[in-house]
Write a protein that binds this ligand. Sequence first.
Ligand code: 5RP
Length: 226
Amino acid sequence: MDSEAVKKQKAEVGREAVDFIKDGMIVGIGSGSTMWYLVEALGKRVQAGLNIVGVPTSKYTREHAERLGIMMKNVDEVDHIDLTIDGADQIDENYQGIKGGGASHLMEKIVAVNSRKNMWIVDETKTVKTLSYPVPLEVIPYGSKQLEKRLAKMGLNPRLRLDENQQPVLTDSKNYIIDLFLDHIDDPKELASTLDSITGIVEHGFFLDIANTIIVQHPDGPQIIN
Ligand code: 5RP
């Protein structure tokens, strides 16, 4: 699918998902280009009188939402989150996902695990049989070179994520990102559990058994998976 068609699906699914946000809800608001469209549409609803509180998953999302007049509170300032809507980088046939292509997966996961319901919104290129997207790891900068060597010895093909100036990408929490380039991930739970046990990794980008609803946008309309 060409990039214009992908962009169109992202815009469509972002706008459609706004209908799931009801008056009075506390809503986790994800990050990324698909969510950008949702935030724009939500801003219009709020300006028309919808009363909600948003919980951001990144500094960018918070600033974007606030510019449009959406009231935002941190995860620790609310007593619950009714629903979080977020994008995803890849989703397998068992509805397990990888997130963090935009370096926000730490905050996204904190908001997701504190939400009563989680919805992912994606264009159809994101769904696959077996996960193969680079797995992002948010890592503490101190010791990150040693960590990268250790991950390489484990055969996990790590690469420190660099920006356009060849400097390490910094997350909102001032950590680095190491991506694991793997051809196919047959057992995401096993790899996730290995990564959970490695010192220096703050959080990996596997989102397992988290999504309650997934909306996959196709050229002929949305497919809602519950
Ligand atoms: C950011 C994320 C995003 O949800 C994910 O990268 C999808 O982004 P996009 O909607 O731009 O394709 O996990 O950390």
